[in-house]
Design a protein around this ligand. Sequence first.
Ligand code: ADP
Length: 715
Amino acid sequence: MHRLLKRQIRKYLSQEEQERFKDFLFVIDSAYAGFDTDIKQIENVLEKSSQELFNVNRELQISLESQKEEAKTASTRLKSIVENISEIIFQANVEGEWLYLNSAWTHITGFDLNDSIGINIFEFMHPSDIDLCKIKLKRLIDGEEVDCQGEVRFVTRNGSYKWCELLARVSINDSGIVTGLTGFIKDISTRKNLEKEKNLTIEKFKLIFEKSSVAYLIIKEARFIECNNACANLYGVDGKENLVGKYVKDFSPEYQPDGSKSSDKVVEMIRIAKENGYNKFDWVHKKADGTEFPVEVSLNPIQLSEGNILFVALNDLSERKRVESELILAKEKAEEATRAKALFLSTMSHEIRTPMNAVIGVTHLLSEDNPREDQLSNLNILKLSADNLMTLINDVLDFSKIEAGKVELESIDFNFRNFINNVAAGFHMKAKEENLDFIVEVDPKIPAHLMGDPTRLSQIVTNLCGNAIKFTDEGSVSLKVNFSSFKNDNIKLQFEISDTGIGIPADKKDQIFESFSQADSNTTRLYGGTGLGLAITGKLIELMNGTISVESELDKGTSFFVDVELKTSMKSAQQVNFNDDYFKECSKIEGLHVLVAEDNPMNVLIIKQFLKKWNVTYEVAKNGQSALDKIQEEDFDMVLMDLQMPIMDGYAASENIRKLEANKYKEIPIIAVTASAFNEIRGKVLAAGMNDFVTKPINPEELFLKLEKYAKHYN
Ligand code: ADP
């Protein structure tokens, strides 16, 4: 029996009643059992549903959680975007008061967000931009425009303004009512500043183009499309607007000075400009009135998006051409003046030297003609003064020639031993007169034959030896030639000229090489001289790429060192005894028979006297023609040939002698007698067939040495 029925029967029915209703209870019990089964079934269904409900609920909860999470992430992301975006995002009410601003507002304006919310947008706007912005916003709110866009200036915290771009739209609620504005504001100040700068630069370039004194123009398709006023002025057109649009060809003559057609040449010039990126050339243009004028044109092809143009700068050459022609004229004048100066110098050389020749010569003669003692001292003064004057003339001539860069060094073969011998010969005599020893030492390693300019080298050594003797009262003067090195046919020599004389103060050592400069202001009075000698010497050494230096001790003596490089000659060496005294005896030239070709009676007189003294016989010819005749009539050993003579000069006479048939005329030594100090004379003399020359005024030692040198041919 069902337990519930059992309990209730026990509670309400007695045992007899239970027996009595036994069948009925059985039926009830079956109903209970059926009911239990139903209940169990319902319970099962319920449990299943509850389980399902639970499951659904759980899933729902999970999905809700994840949706919540997603919403949170999205909101954070959005917030981060809004906060980090560089543009201002805003919301405002219809009055224009800020309702929302992101932090870009603070970045851009510097104002605090909390302080700004609730404040009207126009409070932050530049006064000049407010009105327009108000109109635009009104139209937006009134529904006339969908959005409002514009560039306005917002004030910043430091009081300056920033250009911003504003974009706004209206916010509408669910009922379709406008509740306010939403939008963003972008900082465009950098772009605006760049635009401003760009505009300024464009303005500047425009100004430069417009105001430049250089004529600029722009050509496109053979027309002037732009130009400045300088260009209009250059073409003689009134205002640039009258030039723009014109054709280029209208402003060029038909032909250019080189004969080419302007229209052809311009094509070529443009082609070169395109090839090289630019082209600069001279051009002849034509003004509006037809006058032609020279211009320097710079063509620069430029590629623009709207097509290619030529940017042209024109430089008026009229003034430069004028100055150029003036310069050419001035140069011609200067050259003419230089020629006149050279002519003057050579004339002066000749004109002064000829009378000086006479003065010196006659002085020599007089002093050798047994003068009285009082006459002798006067003659000595005369001789000294004349010598000084001659030196001065020579120095001035030489110096001006070197200064003018007219001195060209020769490179000829010469016998170095003979050279030293010749230079030394004069000084042996001079030193003897002054009671000084003159010592010559030449390094035997130096080859006998060298190549160089013996005349100029002699000038250098002579000058230094002359000074050494001049500034030495007692003791000795020495000329040493040291061999320094030898390389590739070049030989380095050092000339050392030392004396035991007055010395040079240390602070004057550099100064003495300057022109007209002497170590002591008393020098001229005590020793004579002009102060030009060392200047000339220094310059000649410089020309030879050599160097000069000086060592000196006051009252002890001076040494000059000259380092020069010469070339060795192919000729074989020749031994010379340096201790020979050439003036001991005249026997070496005694008995010579000389033809003296000289027109100046004074010179003739002087030469005659010397020759007589040395027992040399002579014959005089008064011009070149007479010399040519005489040489064929008599047998001479030598000819002394003056260069400037009437009828036939010395050059022509010498050339003619050399042309004569017999062999002896080809060999007979002809020595030129010349008043000119210039080097080129030497070349001319040799070219005319003469062997050597002596300079006027005739120095007896020099003449003697030359006669002796060539007499050797006959001994
Ligand atoms: P000059 O001899 O005509 O005066 P230089 O140019 O030859 O001119 O010499 C310049 C100066 O250098 C001389 O005046 C002299 O003061 C000084 N000088 C040159 N050589 C010597 C020397 N050997 N000893 C002393 N002084 C010298």
